[in-house]
Design a protein around this ligand. Sequence first.
Ligand code: CUA
Length: 158
Amino acid sequence: MHMHKFEKLWLIFGVASLLVFLSVLGVSAFHHGHHASSWSELIDPEKVDETEPFDEPGLKKVEGKDWDYELVFVASAFSYQPNEVQIPLGSTVKIIATTKDVIHGFQIPGSNINMMLEPGYVSEYIATLNQAGEFLVLCNEYCGAGHHLMTSKIEVIE
Ligand code: CUA
């Protein structure tokens, strides 16, 4: 079996991205009449800057979790915050991302990471970074005039 060489670089532990919407549908299918008053994966897109963890975009070391770092991204037309980040090689990282305005993409070419960031939702992805180097984050959802300029860079350092 041939494996694309980059697929090995990102060992994926799990994904919980925009399936919230599907979960809501699934829950309501057998739980009529009640709505969850708050859904942790939902966010007010108008208040992203004031809402944890998006009030502090970037890399944060965490303890006692299945991942070593949380990497928080805020997307908006036409940039990501942070626009560059360094992460130690071998780390397991939970990427947590949302958008302040329109739908944006979050794709790291050469990896399995390819999320859609939708206003009002939080997208998450857990990956172990076992290859040093620079990885581009690209927006792959057309979002306007600056779409093609919208990038960030993840540098995995030894
Ligand atoms: Cu953001 Cu295209």
